[in-house]
Design a protein around this ligand. Structure first.
Ligand SMILES: Nc1ncnc2c1ncn2[C@@H]1O[C@H](COP(=O)(O)OP(=O)(O)OP(=O)(O)O)[C@@H](O)[C@H]1O
Ligand SMILES: [Zn+2]
Length: 488
């Protein structure tokens, strides 16, 4: 099979954190893009902030694919518990959760990996081409640390290995922080192992109680927080790969450390850095540790995941998205406007008459051009969504009268390509209609309530009849100590 790739790609501008400005994007290998995104630490359910990041970069990837690029999208899974704070101390997040849930650390990682995958699938986030796990790449991480020691940029101390920031003058180039401005804040015991308090751990000696542990040239231990991303992105995308993404909160120290680890070892790192801004609640970053989060799981009981996605793409990836009920209502209405129009277009298509729709088609093309222009200017999704609303205004106006096949087909193609393929707003491909599973959840909640009322009134025969009838259609009710549950 030959590669069907366009030879000319339209100009695409993106904001590069490293250059602190919007720049023209040119991939290293014509027609191909290698992208790496810092993925989740799998120790709890994903929240809406994680969704902002995943959707932001999913849209970047989808748009590159839409332009005709072949994209290799790599996103890691942190399944080794790195320590709780940036100063290389505190508890191991995964181990802490394992103790709480009485599970093995690897059970915790497995459980939350799958919950993350399910949550993102419902948001219509495409699966990464490669999803490397940190625990599966300990050898690569050890190798990179060894190179750093050999080149004099890292040193072993008491069974741990630290990156020597003073040996690498470029440290701070991404975040613009000068070494002298960087915080110290490290506990005395850890500080005494370091030559400089700002040095960060590449490898940590494991205390006897630490479950996740590996042999290394420096004794039994586990990797530091940052090293996995340098090792795995280089392994799967090669030196000088194109785009590295992640949340703005990771710029320092995580991304700064990723660059230093790779480049000090002699491996040119990412050429463009993209950072999404934060999803906030009451003006504060939504985060696991602050406890001010709403999990996607919870949110999906109230909202169609596609509305959540619509809400996220309605603000720019570099803007703050404030999360509140008003925003939901707006997103619900906005999404409805698009899907109502598309549903009507598709309903009419099979019996559409032949007629001249050139005026409508010209307007559709103009909205399409607006959409592309917005996306080529640093992925301005709010403007792209505005173009879809412009399209919807014209389509609705046309639908008020008679529209021919050509007009309907052009409208359908615009919605499906731009709203569907690029923005990922119409999951599944079978149409934008409401997802029935959502409906089923709501109905079953009502049924369980009705059954509970029967039981409270001691109407056990009615309650049993309800349950038996559900069993006949393949729905089972189980009474647990936390109340009744149902499953298909
Ligand atoms: N509120 C948010 N808005 C946008 N992106 C976020 C938000 N919270 C986390 N992210 C991104 O998700 C990824 C994983 O984040 P992380 O696991 O540190 O979540 P967190 O909730 O900030 O956890 P913690 O509070 O324990 O640091 C990072 O790339 C981070 O930038
Ligand atoms: Zn990373």
């Amino acid at each position: 099979m030959t590669d069907q790739q366009p030879t000319v790609f339209p100009d695409l501008y993106l904001h590069d954190t490293l250059q602190r400005k919007k720049v023209l994007f040119t991939p290293t290998t014509p027609g191909r893009v290698g992208m790496y995104l810092c993925g989740p630490t799998v120790y709890s359910d994903a929240h809406v902030g994680h969704a902002k990041k995943e959707v932001a970069f999913d849209v970047v990837r989808r748009y590159l694919m839409h332009l005709g690029y072949r994209v290799r999208y790599v996103s890691n899974i942190t399944d080794v518990g790195h320590l709780q704070n940036d100063a290389d101390e505190g508890e191991d997040k995964i181990a802490k959760r394992a103790a709480l849930e009485q599970l093995q650390p690897m059970e915790v990682a497995e459980k939350y990996f799958w919950s993350f995958m399910d949550d993102m699938a419902r948001l219509n986030v495409l699966r990464p081409d490669i999803q490397p796990r940190a625990t599966g790449h300990i050898t690569e991480q050890i190798e990179l640390i060894r190179e750093l020691i050999e080149r004099g940029h890292a040193y072993e101390s008491n069974g741990s290995v630290y990156f020597d920031v003073r040996s690498w003058p470029n440290y701070g180039e991404l975040s613009g922080r000068r070494l002298d401005d960087q915080e110290e804040g490290t506990r005395e015991a850890v500080r005494s192992e370091k030559r400089d308090p700002r040095d960060f751990a590449l490898w940590k000696r494991a205390e006897p109680a630490h479950i996740m542990r590996w042999d290394s040239p420096w004794g039994v231990g586990f990797p530091g927080w940052h090293i996995e991303c340098s090792a795995m992105s280089l392994k799967y995308l090669g030196e000088g790969f194109d785009i590295h993404g992640g949340g703005l909160d990771l710029e320092f120290p995580h991304h700064e450390a990723e660059i230093a680890q790779a480049e000090a070892a002699g491996h040119p790192f990412a050429r463009y850095w993209m950072h999404n801004n934060m999803l906030t609640i009451g003006g504060e970053k939504m985060s696991k540790s602050k406890g001010n989060f709403t999990t996607l799981r919870d949110l999906y009981t109230r909202l169609d995941p596609m509305v959540v996605r619509f809400l996220l793409v309605s603000s720019h990836y570099r803007s703050i998205t404030e999360f509140n009920d008003e925003a939901f209502v707006g997103a619900q209405n906005g999404y409805r406007r698009l899907t109502d129009a598309l549903n009507e277009v598709e309903r009419r298509l099979p019996d559409a008459p032949e007629r001249d729709d050139s005026a409508l088609i010209a307007r559709i093309e103009a909205h399409r051009a607006d959409f592309e222009r917005a996306m080529q200017d640093d992925f301005k999704t709010p403007e792209a969504v505005a173009a879809l609303f412009g399209l919807t205004r014209d389509v609705n106006e046309a639908l008020a009268g008679e529209v021919g096949r050509a007009g309907l087909e052009a409208a359908q193609a615009a919605y499906r390509t731009l709203g569907g393929e690029v923005l990922g707003l119409f999951a599944g491909g079978q149409g934008p209609q409401q997802d029935d599973s959502q409906l089923l959840d709501t109905l079953m909640e009502l049924v369980l309530q009705a059954r509970q009322n029967y039981r409270l009134n001691k109407q056990y025969a009615e309650s049993d009849r309800l349950r038996d009838r559900l069993t006949e259609v393949g729905l089972t009710i189980e009474d647990t100590k936390n109340g009744p549950r149902w499953k298909k």
